[in-house]
Design a protein around this ligand. Structure first.
Ligand code: ATP
Ligand code: MN
Length: 482
């Protein structure tokens, strides 16, 4: 007999047929009512045990966490909260679960505890909801780009370019660590390494994506990226997934529109397809907020917050305008910022970004035209503008409430001479990046792109508060368990 998934049973309600379901026991009440979940939905199916047909030894083995199958008639439910239930005439136990030894308990356990048990936490309502939403968002990302004629480009995970400067890198080598071959001058001789040169795990697929865009037009990457930065924050991982579209003939405005459309699209997709999961996550967040002081609680429930982002245009303003707002802000005047905003040219800290998004505008914000000196070499240099005291670039960062930077992007410098000058100023080797410069030599065109940190998006949509809780097996300083 074919197993039917619980999601399908709840959708189609094939009442009065015999069905077979398989899943894990979420609860077993009165030696009679099993709440069964198979991961296909946030909802459990009630299985009512027919004692007369099931032997007591089997009943004994129906414990929280056990994997079982149940076969029986699907009938209309007498109980509240569910339309159908199974009257089970047969129970098969696939895997016992001893409650004395099983680390999970049928009660709320802290996220910190569950992080230590990441191999089992999928079994909780919260984490199964998070990972279903994560899947839906990933699917929506691909759908969004595919529907718009983008090509999914797989850029390399091992790279030799160390010039991008997006973050500290992990090296990749097969040389013996205890006794690597040395050159005459005593340096490690990478010419004897696997790739005959030093290599790293990629920090971004952007430079390679630009090469693809120069022929395919619209491309995007969606892959793992690695940063060896020692940031122990709730927003940083050492291994995270990044989405990087790169579009020929787009300028900064097209780039902002694309990012905004994409964020709206994927959030709407989640609202439309993950209702049950978002309900669980919204309740979890409400619970969590109860433990916070009143003034730190979010003003909106999770799904209201998501709808708000879909329904309202993001605020767009330049870095120069943002500095003005920050300089004159109350927290700055009262010395409440840890890093006081003194003037044009300083990099914005997360406290400044959060002030703009959460206090001043109360909306997602796109900041543009940052000073060249705090941004990467490949960003396009702006023309001088009245009221702007220094050289800026066509950069854009999207800041989200509770998250900070979710997207970083720019129009790229397509003018060879300007790019070379900038690279020299920033001590970036033109020789090493000859292939990147070639795109500016042969049929260069204006183009733009951005990077969206996928986990930061999942964090926002699920209302979780630590990035380590939205990736299955988080990698961060001191931790590569599982
Ligand atoms: P931040 O200032 O927050 O460290 P960044 O400026 O280093 O970010 P970019 O190099 O612009 O980030 O990367 C593009 C996007 O990738 C960011 O907007 C963010 O969403 C995401 N991101 C960057 N670093 C991390 C990280 N360590 N863990 C998770 N996501 C990250
Ligand atoms: Mn960073």
């Amino acid at each position: 007999m074919q197993r039917i998934k619980i999601s399908e049973i709840l959708r189609s309600e094939p009442v009065n047929t015999t069905v077979l379901v398989k899943g894990w026991v979420k609860a077993f009440r009165n030696n009679q009512f099993i709440a069964l979940n198979d991961g296909s939905t946030a909802n459990n199916l009630q299985v009512v045990v027919d004692f007369e047909q099931i032997d007591p030894a089997t009943l004994e083995r129906i414990k929280f966490g056990a994997a079982i199958g149940a076969r029986g008639q699907l009938i209309e439910s007498q109980g509240k909260g569910q339309k159908v239930e199974i009257k089970a005439s047969e129970i098969i136990v696939y895997g016992d679960c001893n409650p004395e030894e099983f680390p999970l308990q049928p009660k709320r356990q802290t996220l910190e505890f569950l992080r230590e048990k990441a191999h089992l936490r999928f079994r909780t309502n919260t984490f199964s909801a998070v990972f279903r939403v994560r899947h839906a968002l990933a699917f929506a990302v691909h759908k969004f780009f595919n529907d718009r004629g983008f090509y999914y480009l797989h850029t390399p995970i091992i790279t030799a370019s160390d010039a991008e400067g997006a973050g500290e890198m992990f090296s990749v080598t097969t040389l013996p660590l205890d006794n690597p071959p040395r050159t005459e001058s005593g340096e490690i001789d990478f010419s004897q390494d696997f790739f005959r040169r030093p290599t790293n795990l990629t920090v971004s697929g952007q430079l390679e994506a630009e090469l693809g865009a120069m022929a395919l037009g619209d491309v995007y990457t969606f892959g793992p990226t690695f940063r060896a930065e020692n940031s122990n924050t709730t927003r940083h991982l050492a291994e995270f997934w990044m989405i990087e579209p790169e579009v020929a003939f787009n300028d900064l405005h097209d780039n902002m529109n694309l990012a905004e459309d994409m964020l709206r699209y994927v959030i709407s997709y989640a609202l439309e397809h993950c209702g049950d999961d978002l309900r669980i996550l919204e309740e979890r967040l409400l619970e969590e907020e109860k433990s916070k002081p009143q003034d730190q609680r979010s003003e909106m429930a999770l799904t209201d917050k998501l709808r708000f982002v879909i329904d309202n245009d993001f605020v767009r303003l330049t870095y120069t305008e943002a500095i003005d707002i920050l300089k004159n802000s109350n927290p700055n005047k009262k010395g409440k910022f840890q890093f006081p905003v003194e003037g044009w040219g300083t990099d914005l800290q997360s406290e400044h970004e959060r002030y703009l998004v959460e206090k001043h505008f109360k909306k997602p914000v796109i900041l543009t035209n940052y000073p060249a000196d705090i941004k990467a070499f490949y960003m396009r240099q702006d023309e001088p503008k009245a009221g702007v005291p220094g050289q800026t670039v066509s950069a854009m960062d999207i800041l989200f409430p509770g998250i900070g930077e979710i997207v970083g992007g720019s129009q790229r410098e397509e003018r060879l001479d300007k790019l070379q000058t900038r690279m020299r100023e920033m001590h970036i080797s033109e020789e090493e990046l000859y292939w990147y410069l070639d795109t500016r030599r042969f049929g260069a065109c204006p183009h733009a792109g951005f990077g969206l940190g996928f986990e930061r998006l999942v964090l926002f949509v699920t209302g979780m508060t630590n990035i380590r809780d939205v990736i299955a097996f988080p990698r961060y300083p001191g931790s590569a368990e599982f």
